[in-house]
Design a protein around this ligand. Sequence first.
Ligand code: GRF
Length: 198
Amino acid sequence: MVRLAVLVSGGGSNLQALLDAGAAGELGARVALVLADRTCGALDRAAAAGVEYRLLDRCTLREGLSRAVGEALEEQRIDLVALAGWLSILEGDLVSRWEGRMLNIHPALLPKFGGKGMYGHRVHQAVIDSRETESGCTVHVVTSGVDEGPILAQAKVPVHPEDTPETLASRILIQEHRIYPRVVADTARQLPVRHRLS
Ligand code: GRF
């Protein structure tokens, strides 16, 4: 079974979608490790699911965060990594070592509304301010350019004139929970056999 690590910083609704898909046998992978860079609701979800989790505090670790992440992934014999609301920028060496085996979900239709500083409600506010008529979410491969890696899947939603960042975010989250487990399952299926550890 592919061993999946999920990296989180927030409420963890995408983590929950991955846990649920795993429990339903639809993920082709098992969530074997959850890493958080701050105290957050996602850690409670990991604990409730009985999954191994670790808090790697970004304020304490500072420049050592990426290294600590890399060590935890190796230690737990992780095959595939899913960033799910993870907010810290991972250093290039770790990213290149995991190239093709690290995914991210972004709450907009990349390449629009991505990059440094484009996270959380800032993304949705920018979409509303630009009077876009549609937004959505994107799953992509993580590369050294923030939100720039190859796109694997997108889902669209309409933007309504009365939308606030909150209403738009919740409409998009529904689609995130639908596409992320599917892309993880597809990627897990295509991983070279050497990465599939028991
Ligand atoms: C999601 O909108 C995700 O696209 C973004 O951060 C949010 C995380 O939400 N990267 P959750 O913690 O999974 O609920």
